[in-house]
Ligand binder design. Sequence first.
Ligand SMILES: [Zn+2]
Length: 180
Amino acid sequence: MNQQDAARHIEQLAKQLGAKLFFDVDIYGAVAETVSRTVHLSPWGASDDWRDQYWPALHELGHVATEPHKRTDFFEQFVGIPPEKIAEFEAEAWDWAFQHGNPEADIEVGKNLARLALGGYVDRAPKHFLENPSPVLGRVAREIASAPRLRKYETTALPPRWRNATNRLIQNVNELANAA
Ligand SMILES: [Zn+2]
């Protein structure tokens, strides 16, 4: 699998979902607007590793696939939505990405990116929700926990509290699994 295959796969999934793709944001700016089924991605080649664009593209398509009517406006997508619900949407979109991604694209890259991306949302979610996460958030946390940590993604400059929040979630999920 190469960048061209990745691009073709994303186009194909977008077509199936009736999603419109725009390649008009930078590498960190990928975003989905789910009511209009519009996905903004960085142009292929913006990263020297196409997998760093493929998995976020799948994640954004996952938003379109899993929450078609939940977000009303690109700029107001978080207004009035409780933080645990947002964490849930994010987990659903990653869950979809893991299920639909081509395994030849190194799913551990996707899982390492998910670990980074979920941090901010998980950090904002209430403690009681993270101590007893929803099934989908629990599933995604287990997936992330099972992936080898790739050094490249360990060194990005994100607030440490975001990384800690994801680690705490994973710890909770493991404790729940052990208690069951
Ligand atoms: Zn997202």
